[in-house]
Write a protein that binds this ligand. Structure first.
Ligand code: URP
Ligand code: ZN
Ligand code: ZN
Length: 485
């Protein structure tokens, strides 16, 4: 056995490849082995001990050759419900992704109340055209089922390349009530689409917020107390129950606490199709990190908020045990010292007025590698599954994306697992003026990123033009419900 695998229809070994990645340790979702990757016409054409001649070669000796990451939860080129644009668009966000080893993103086309859904999606695709730097799918945020044309637009989108939608259970301008959620779950279930849920009990958040505001505790440091873990856990349990009753697949985004994990684990044990993610900020930061005075702490304001060290530990355990499917960034880039960002209502604004979210596209993989793989909490294969293979499978990008496999797109990140660098905002490629991980010491970085066979990040340089990223229409990924329930 030469160890050489060939794609059906691909030529003989001597015909050569466009690009060969030689001598690295190839890490797939199921194993790691030393060898070469041969790339032709943007796809992986061979994997083996020695793939033979190629027009170009990347030497991967001493390096890890892993699938390019898929970030299935990031906000770019998106207007918030209060009218603020994210700082990153499809180009800056895509470059930042690529420099962090991510080759596919799935951001959100957000419906605001009254907007016809089809128009929202068309406009979003127009923003991507000519700007996208990495390949992208699009999730659709649904905030108004009473908008004109909704009843026809939703099923058409779900089965027409957009088989994943996100709904909110909180935020007054976005949230659906339980009845609306049931209707959306039913529409998704009928075509095998998946509903992503931002789960927080809005009334409990309003109550906790009111108490803080009435007692003058309105600095950013108080934001975590305004969104209790039980608000997240209650809504998580409710979303799962509604999905279970209707027969829908549900995906709980940005799980931050032990209590939410408990209802996810219990539902999975009884066979409910519930998927879930967490994000680096919930694994690596906690509320104590933002327990300081003044506006500066606004950089950590996100929802759900940062929790406790015990929650961090529970999330790491859940990742290791397979109770969480993937790690996404929830990149929500609002600049700190910018009136179009966190400063929208001034330095002294109460936390209720501060745009929610933090950046994370570029550091998602290095942070998870450094803190997860290097510290023995995750195996290399788990890292690959959590960051590439699972998002590809859950969101309909597989087998084209998400693994190193013959026939797949040649989306590959070549990692130096021993390179240590100190994080600084200046060294990142997004449009942000801060990173929540400033001065973190991170070991393990992607030195080269290849996307559809094209080297787009190498030796500290970005290569490739805006618009090189392609739209990825996706099929539904779960069995349609037969309505028998
Ligand atoms: O605080 C966050 N995460 N903002 C981004 C939007 C969302 O809810 O995912
Ligand atoms: Zn959310
Ligand atoms: Zn989000």
């Amino acid at each position: 056995d030469s160890g050489l695998l060939r794609a059906p229809g691909f030529g003989i070994r001597d015909s050569g490849f466009d690009l060969a990645i030689r001598g690295g340790t190839i890490v797939t979702s199921t194993g790691a082995f030393d060898g070469d990757v041969g790339i032709r016409a943007g796809r992986i054409a061979a994997i083996g001990a020695d793939v033979g001649p190629a027009a170009d070669t990347l030497d991967a000796t001493g390096r890890l050759v892993m699938p390019g990451g898929i970030d299935a939860h990031c906000h770019i080129d998106q207007k918030s419900s209060s009218g603020l644009m994210t700082a990153d668009d499809f180009y800056t966000g895509g470059v930042s992704a690529a420099c962090g080893g991510t080759t596919t993103i799935v951001p959100f086309a957000a419906q605001h109340r009254g907007q016809p859904l089809r128009g929202v999606v068309d406009e979003y695709l127009e923003r991507a055209r000519g700007r996208a730097f990495v390949d992208y799918g699009v999730h659709v945020i649904v905030s108004d089922p009473s908008a004109p044309g909704f009843g026809a637009d939703l099923p058409a989108l779900l089965s027409g390349g957009f088989p994943s939608i996100k709904v909110y259970m909180t935020y007054d301008a976005l949230r659906l009530d339980d009845g609306q959620m049931i209707a959306v779950f039913e529409a998704a279930a009928s075509v095998g689409a998946i509903v992503m849920v931002h789960a927080e009990n809005t009334h409990l958040v309003a109550w906790a917020t009111g108490r803080l505001v009435r007692s003058g505790r309105t600095e950013p440091r108080h934001h975590p107390a305004s969104r209790p873990a039980l608000a997240e856990a209650e809504a998580t349990g409710r979303a799962i129950a509604l999905a279970e009753a209707v027969g829908a697949s549900v995906f709980i985004v940005h799980v931050s606490c032990r209590e939410s994990l408990e209802s996810i684990v219990a539902a999975r044990a009884r066979g409910v199709r519930v998927f879930a993610e967490t994000c680096p900020q919930y694994l690596l930061l906690n509320a104590a990190d933002m327990d300081g005075p003044g506006f500066d702490m606004a950089k950590f304001v996100c929802s759900p908020p940062l929790r406790t060290p015990a929650d961090q530990e529970a999330l790491w355990e859940a990742l290791g045990a397979g109770h969480l499917d993937l790690v996404a960034s929830d990149h929500a880039p609002y600049r700190l010292r910018d009136p179009l960002g966190k400063l929208a209502h001034g330095e002294d604004a109460p936390f209720t007025k501060i745009p929610n979210g933090m950046p994370g596209l570029e550091l998602r993989l290095p942070l998870l590698f450094s803190e997860g793989v290097r510290k023995g909490r995750l195996t290399l294969e788990q890292f690959v599954r959590l960051t590439a293979t699972s998002p590809a499978r859950i969101y309909g990008l597989s087998p084209r994306k998400g693994d190193i496999a013959v026939g797949a797109d040649a989306d590959v990140a070549i990692w130096n697992p021993d390179l240590t660098q100190v994080v600084s905002c200046d060294g990142l490629h997004d449009a942000m003026d801060y990173t929540p991980f400033e001065e973190w010491c991170v070991t393990g970085w992607p030195e080269t990123t290849v996307a559809r066979g094209e080297v787009i990040w190498h030796q500290g340089q970005v290569h490739g033009a805006p618009g090189r990223g392609q739209f990825l229409p996706r099929p539904p990924t779960t069995a349609p419900d037969d309505g028998a329930r």
